[in-house]
Ligand binder design. Sequence first.
Ligand SMILES: [Zn+2]
Ligand SMILES: [Zn+2]
Length: 388
Amino acid sequence: MPPKNRFAEMLPELTAIRRDFHENPELLFDVHRTAAKVAEFCRAIGCDEVVEGIGRTGVVAVIKGKTDTKGRVIGLRADMDALPIHEQTGVDYASKTPGKMHACGHDGHTTMLMGAAKYLAETRNFDGTAVMIFQPAEEGGGGGREMCADGMMDRWCINEVYGMHNMPGIPVGQFAIRPGAIMASADQIEITVTGKGGHAAKPHECIDTTVVAAHIIVALQTIASRGVDPMKQVVVSVCTVATDSTAHNVIPQVVKMKGTVRTMDFAVQDYVERRVKEIAEGTALALGAKAEVVYQRGYPVTVNTPENTDFAAEVALAVSGKVDTDTAPLMGAEDFSFMLLERPGAYIFLGNGDTAMVHHPAYNFDDNAIPFGSSWYAGMVEARLPAV
Ligand SMILES: [Zn+2]
Ligand SMILES: [Zn+2]
């Protein structure tokens, strides 16, 4: 089955919407224009309920099927925010705001979900309720977490939830998914080493924080190499090292380090958090200094429920004919993970063709993917809530 014909008819309208979003990117929770356009659209197409301001600037639109014999509710999610990047696509609908750009294709995600909403509101050929979730602040702000914290799942009695992201390198119209962990957790570490500064020619009168920091950096590498099961993925990277001295003959009093931790497993994440603290504090202590560790948890692992992954892949196969059901997980993070912590569901990739990677200034969402994405969203509702 190809994409639903209705989306081929809608493509000019949806492309115009996508390009309007592209031209007017907004960051984090500051997606007021985009959210207002989404809400206005959802009201115009006859959604049964449209609520703004969920998770600060998220929008929830509800569409009821022809019947509701079982009280089942499916959530479909798209993200609306852009990135702080100077666009270099050269397209005539490029960002009008220097330094802001839809470089992750969330303009496309929002548009595809709007298209699915229009189709579902027209046809209502399902038994139950479809809830369209348009979230702000996917790019670091935790908009998905905020919408969940606002009680969205319980308020609309959502039973299961599905998300989609475009992916360069996969042909347009093809899908990729996997059961289990598909995106990593992303945590931040900050380590402050305090010793005793002084003259670099008198090291015996100092506690050299630079040497302590170096030992900590090397010792942290044993978390991945010696501590975690080699069959499990983990990244521990120290990315910034800054001393309070710029001289060549002063031993600094303080060294600050920043880094990131990525895992694919909640138990590994807990282990790494504990070990970063033990290694930094213990190494500093052994060398006469003091280390303070701030371990800040970011987005959790995005874990696809196996059963729902199968449903998502079946619908994708019906739409496209080509689905990779064992795609490699990515070490990037995604805050749809917060919704998957609350409800079973799945997160799928939709090909964006041979374009620049997401977050690159030359990246652009391919409008030809719209009928496939909209068909998948709508197809999930019709497949999971079959008409009676
Ligand atoms: Zn992104
Ligand atoms: Zn994204």
